[in-house]
Design a protein. Structure first.
Length: 118
């Protein structure tokens, strides 16, 4: 497992690196992606470090459920009333670049997205 001390997203949680916050509570943090792939593109992460979805177990079940249930509320608040896309890249073949579990939320008019549908 990554040491939280050198994990980019743990450092954002700790306030050691800046982020444009979308939402925060005791267990999770949402902030805008630094390289947005759509008009709305933010990341939702658990505050507790876990490398990826593949490293989650029953202990992460509660926070994962809370994150999933928070997504529609945050997406609506960000202006995605017409829909949004939720992505979790996992591992090298999944295209994961930052090894602190994060959920991408993408939205806005489809013609303006920089990523195609799968
Ligand atoms: P992934 O490929 O799923 O690991 O995606 C990592 C995402 O984190 C990419 O979309 C990056 O643009 C984004 N990212 C990397 N560094 C930062 C940062 N400091 N603040 C916000 N987003 C970031
Ligand atoms: Zn971390």
């Amino acid at each position: 497992m990554n040491s939280p001390h050198n994990c980019l997203f743990c450092r954002i949680v700790a306030g050691q690196l800046p982020s444009r916050k979308v939402y925060e509570d005791d267990e999770m943090l949402a902030f805008h992606d630094i390289h947005p792939k759509a008009p709305v593109h933010f990341l939702l992460i658990p505050k507790v470090h876990v490398d990826s979805l593949a490293d989650c177990g029953p202990g992460e079940g509660a926070v994962l459920a809370k994150m999933m249930l928070k997504v529609p509320e945050l997406a609506r608040a960000a202006g995605c009333g017409n829909g949004f896309r939720t992505v979790i890249n996992t591992g090298p073949d999944g295209g994961q670049e930052v090894y602190h579990l994060h959920l991408h939320v993408l939205g806005g008019p489809r013609g303006q997205w920089k990523v195609p549908l799968p």
